[in-house]
Design a protein around this ligand. Structure first.
Ligand SMILES: Cc1ncc(COP(=O)(O)O)c(C=O)c1O
Length: 455
């Protein structure tokens, strides 16, 4: 394991405070004020010609490393520019997609005059919660039937992770969480700010551009007993590298033997293989053994509901009694944070999931999105091969999900942005969902030039 501090025997309040201090110390370098400037008292009225703001000491914060790519892209006037930074699906024409089934569900909701805009309960829409749990755990999951899963509607995947992390910081005995190295950039911040102590486990081997399975097993094997372990349920972001079913089984056995608590982040169910059940196998393996685990689900990608912020947090418990008590505490986490979640997006999801025909229609549209991404992988791989681009690019077709971790270094990325107006994160991750048959040749030209000129 690498990085982070083990949590001692301090109280949750102390740990939160020290996590906050650590965060502020770290982020003062990033331009968030750490409170060590002398903050002058200043009038809050406008009578001083716009000078002497009470916020004068606030320094400019950096752009988010992922969302900042879009900011830079938007400023580029080039007609050939391409944004492969943010993980949002685009059509062959490069346009955002609202699924037909989502439009249909929205129409039904609008036409239903009995619908009102009252607050949802703290835990969200009951139908949505039940259906979301079944979607990830399986329609016939014994854990759901035995009422030992508590599910709360949260603000997409991020909100679900954060509520889960806050709950664990308050109610779980072990505050160390191991996250894969690398992982989605928001993970360490979400868990650290909730008061957990973040460490990493080895995941990716740059030399094979595949899984570092030995490193992963070694690091989980030496984790403190009871530590929380974050797993990407499928389509690991940013690497596109997932364990095989056999490797998952070995991971499960090790995790259970060390009493590690699995926390699954499921942001891409159905998006990886095109099949909702296949992409949930890792989670279901851990539920089938009767043990406890946590799952954060997002409907951003698989239902294209990005801005609606629809997600769910499920905690699978040993029995219904524990699940009920856990839910009561989740409510105490949520209430002071945002009181209760928004109604519209969750109603769309519930409408689609509960109607057999609409569900079927969704799976077809979802598969079409996954297939288009898989097709882009093949096209890019073929384009590089036909150019004779040096290197083995087979990882492009082996990796899975929205992203390809190209192996391009930050200099090559900067070159491609400057010379070819192609935008991506500096770690060389490209969103395959942002590519089309029309733009593949331009990307292949850029990669070819980058690797031949800047080895
Ligand atoms: C691995 C992973 N987890 C969680 C999220 C959260 O997404 P959202 O909050 O939009 O559902 C993302 C989004 O990119 C992701 O890639």
């Amino acid at each position: 394991m690498h990085g982070g501090n083990a949590s001692g025997s301090s109280s949750p309040a102390d740990r939160r405070l020290s996590a906050l201090v650590r965060h502020l110390e770290g982020s003062s370098r990033d331009g968030i004020d750490a409170g060590n400037h002398s903050i002058a008292a200043a009038p809050t009225s406008g009578s001083y010609g716009g000078r002497n703001s009470v916020f004068d000491h606030v320094v400019m914060g950096p752009e988010d490393p992922i969302l900042g790519v879009t900011v830079a892209y938007n400023k580029d006037p080039s007609p050939v520019k391409m944004n492969l930074g943010v993980g949002a699906y685009r059509t062959e024409e490069g346009k955002p997609l609202v699924l037909n089934v989502v439009r249909r569900a929205e129409q039904m909701l609008v036409n239903d005059s009995s619908r009102v805009k009252e607050y949802l309960p703290i835990v969200g829409l009951a139908d949505f919660n039940k259906l979301s749990a079944k979607l990830i755990l399986g329609a016939d999951s014994p854990a759901v039937q035995e009422n030992r899963v508590t599910t709360v509607q949260c603000l997409s995947g991020t909100g679900s992770l954060r509520v889960g992390a806050e709950f664990l910081a308050r109610h779980y005995h072990q505050h160390t969480i191991l996250i894969p190295q690398p992982t989605w950039g928001n993970h360490p911040k979400v868990f650290g700010l909730a008061g957990l102590s973040v460490k990493t486990y080895r995941y990716y081997d740059p030399s094979t551009r595949g899984l570092d399975f030995e490193g992963l097993m070694e690091d989980l094997g030496s984790a403190p007993s009871g530590a929380i372990v974050l797993f990407h349920a499928c389509a690991h972001n940013p690497t596109g590298v997932d364990p095989t079913a056999q490797q998952w089984e070995q991971i499960r056995q090790l995790a259970r033997s060390k009493a590690l608590l699995p926390f699954f982040d499921s942001a891409y169910q159905g998006f990886a293989s095109g099949n909702l059940d296949t992409d949930a196998q890792s989670v279901r393996m851990f539920v089938k053994d009767g043990g406890e685990c946590i799952v954060a689900q997002s409907f951003a990608k698989n239902m294209g509901l990005y801005g609606e912020r629809v997600g769910a947090l499920s905690i699978v418990c040993r029995n219904a009694d524990v699940a009920g008590r856990v839910e009561s505490q989740l409510k105490l986490v949520i209430r002071p944070m945002y009181s209760n979640p928004p109604i519209h997006g969750a109603s769309i999801v519930a409408t689609v999931l509960k109607d057999r025909n609409m569900f079927q229609e969704w799976t077809v549209e979802l598969k079409a999105m996954a297939d288009r991404i898989i097709n882009m992988r093949t096209q890019l791989f073929d384009a590089l091969r036909s150019r004779g681009t040096p290197g083995d690019w087979s990882h492009i077709i082996k990796q899975i999900g929205m992203f390809t971790f190209t192996g391009l270094n930050s200099k090559q990325v900067a070159f491609m942005t400057k010379e070819y107006h192609i935008y991506m994160t500096s770690d060389g991750r490209i969103s395959m969902a942002g590519l089309s048959s029309r733009t593949v040749p331009h990307l292949a030209d850029a990669i070819h030039a980058a690797v031949t000129r800047l080895a």
